[in-house]
Design a protein around this ligand. Structure first.
Ligand SMILES: [Zn+2]
Length: 81
C-alpha cells in the first residue's frame, strides 16, 4: 500500500480520509480567506483607477476618515459618561 500514491479525498476539516494529510492551501485560497476575514469584520473593498496625485489625495482622505472615526468614538464615549 505504501508505494501506491494516495488520491487524497479531503474531509470537512481539510484532512485526507486515507493518509490524514492536510489539504494544501493555494495562494488564491489564502487570498480568499483573507477577504472573507475582512468582510466578516465589516470591511468593504473599493477599487479605483486614479492618477498618482489623485491616489495620494484619496489615501490621505482615507487616513483622515480612520482617525476621525476613532476621534468620534472617543467623543461619543465622553458624552455618555
Ligand atoms: Zn491522502
Amino acid at each position: 500500500m505504501s508505494n501506491i500514491k494516495c488520491n487524497h479525498t479531503y474531509d470537512e476539516t481539510g484532512h485526507c480520509f486515507e493518509c490524514d494529510k492536510p489539504k494544501p492551501v493555494t495562494q488564491n485560497e489564502r487570498k480568499q480567506q483573507e477577504r472573507e476575514r475582512k468582510r466578516a469584520a465589516g470591511l468593504v473593498r473599493i477599487e479605483l483607477w486614479l492618477t498618482p496625485d489623485q491616489a495620494k489625495t484619496v489615501r490621505e482622505c482615507a487616513e483622515g476618515l480612520k482617525q476621525a472615526d476613532i476621534f468620534n468614538a472617543g467623543k461619543l464615549k465622553q458624552r455618555s459618561l
